[in-house]
Design a protein around this ligand. Structure first.
Ligand SMILES: NC(=O)c1ccc[n+]([C@@H]2O[C@H](COP(=O)([O-])OP(=O)(O)OC[C@H]3O[C@@H](n4cnc5c(N)ncnc54)[C@H](O)[C@@H]3O)[C@@H](O)[C@H]2O)c1
Length: 419
């Protein structure tokens, strides 16, 4: 049984020193945590990070798990979280995992089994619900001010110059160079689930294909498409539209229509501001028809204001620590984590099947886990067989020679020497 430090701090180890570095720095006494170890396969930067933070470093995950740790935070590659999470749970560690929770349906089933068997805390590190405007919209929703959830939209549109993308996607095999356009859907979906307490039940998806006239794409070693639209039927009957990824016109936007009103964060100006619209037909007028304001966080306002991703990052370590202390699974538990991750997988199936409908199973149900236990379907080109899909709607597309040469130049500048 894991013990804590003599001061009662949760001993934390972080895997992956890119995004993971932020988690590592935030694992502070204020959070009731103490960072004790880092793990990464990139030896040189790992050693520098370990020195900087004054903690042990490991290039081998199994040896890392032997360190005296209470909790592991996974910020390794997008498509490799579930196996590492299962291993950590089996080694009696609490786990917080970055997006995605799972890369296949089989992994989803195995991860839920592992959490239930271990009795440990599992948290899915979806930070977008904890942005200030999403926390406010959850508060409003639960006052009943907009009635019942009817329709929602979530957008995660994240363009950027080629040099930026190349610098964080080193190598042709890096997941950012091939991940299908439906898979990075949790930033768009999680806020809507959080605000309305609903779960996805079915999906249909369309993909906007790769374009060779995009000057960013023409400088990247990509094998995937620009963006996708996913429609999700929620378990309440509400419908949601998700839009994600490489389009021009950056924006993180959430809109919720209820039976008595509507709310969203602003598209223009300060996108942390909330617009609440209540047409109070056939009822006593209690508020102005439209209110636009900058909300507060319901808790931890000062500290959250200083954190990344609109304050959302602050609440990851905060809720993980709270869950471990109380022994109660966090809101973003394994069931919500796999449900929103599986939306990306089933949406890819839908996009490849002319937008037909695919189910999002309820993995609380053991029969659903059994049904998908052997479903290893996935678009990783490195695992490709005749039964597996390619990562683009256009099939097995390859970057042009010029694009690859340009990307390689940037990789070399960043110290990556591989192909
Ligand atoms: N929630 C957010 O806002 C947000 C933002 C950025 C990234 N992310 C997520 O964080 C994760 C990491 O992304 P990133 O931006 O750091 O880029 P990345 O995926 O390139 O970095 C992963 C890091 O993990 C290391 N790694 C990979 N496999 C490992 C293994 N088996 N053992 C030890 N180390 C290993 C790599 O060397 C690298 O340093 C991804 O899942 C990504 O989706 C989330």
């Amino acid at each position: 049984m894991a013990r804590r430090t003599s001061q009662g701090l949760i001993r934390v180890g972080v895997v992956g020193i890119g995004r993971g570095y932020g988690f590592a720095r935030a694992a502070s006494e204020r959070m009731g945590m103490k960072l004790v170890a880092l793990c990464d396969v990139r030896e040189e930067p790992l050693r520098a990070a370990g020195k900087d933070l004054g903690v042990a470093t490991y290039t081998d995950y199994e040896r890392f798990l032997e360190h005296e740790l209470d909790a592991v935070i996974l910020a390794n590659f997008f498509h490799e979280h579930a196996p590492l999470a299962v291993q950590a749970l089996a080694a009696d560690k609490h786990v917080m995992s970055e997006t995605a929770a799972c890369f296949t349906m089989s992994q989803a089933a195995a991860l839920v089994d592992a959490v239930e068997k271990s009795g440990k805390i599992y948290m899915f590190a979806e930070n977008y619900p904890y942005m200030i405007f999403n926390q406010e919209m959850r508060r409003i929703y639960h006052t009943g001010a907009i009635g019942q959830f009817v329709y929602g939209e979530g957008e995660y549109v994240h363009p950027g110059p080629a040099d930026f993308w190349n610098s964080i996607s080193p190598g042709l095999a890096h997941w950012r160079n091939w991940l299908p356009a439906t898979y990075y859907c949790t930033h768009a979906l999680a806020p809507l689930m959080f605000i309305t307490d609903t779960m996805p039940s079915k999906v249909n998806a369309c993909v906007m294909p790769y374009r060779d006239d995009d000057p960013v794409g023409a400088r990247r070693a990509v094998r995937n498409d620009a963006a996708s639209v996913i429609t999700v039927r929620m378990d309440s009957g509400a419908v949601v539209k998700l839009l994600q990824y490489h389009l021009r016109g950056e924006g993180i936007w959430v809109r919720v229509h209820g039976s008595r009103g509507q709310m969203e964060n602003l598209r223009q100006g300060d996108s942390n501001m909330v617009r609440l619209r209540r047409e109070q037909y056939h009822e006593k007028i209690t508020t102005p028809r439209e209110q636009i304001y900058l909300p507060n966080w319901p808790a931890e306002h000062q500290a959250a204001a200083a954190a990344g991703h609109g304050g959302g990052d602050y609440f990851m370590n905060y809720h993980f620590s709270q869950a471990i202390r109380t022994g109660k699974q966090p809101y973003l538990d394994v069931y919500r984590g796999v449900a929103m991750s599986v939306v990306g997988i089933q949406a890819w199936r839908s996009a490849l099947a002319d937008s037909n409908t695919f189910e999002i199973p309820d993995f609380h149900d053991k029969a659903a886990r059994k049904k998908y236990a052997k479903d290893h379907w996935n678009p990783d080109p490195a695992q490709h067989t005749k039964d597996m899909p390619w990562p683009s709607i256009l099939g097995n597309i390859k970057p042009s020679k010029a694009a690859l040469a340009y990307a390689k130049k940037v990789w070399r500048k960043c110290g990556y020497t591989g192909e």
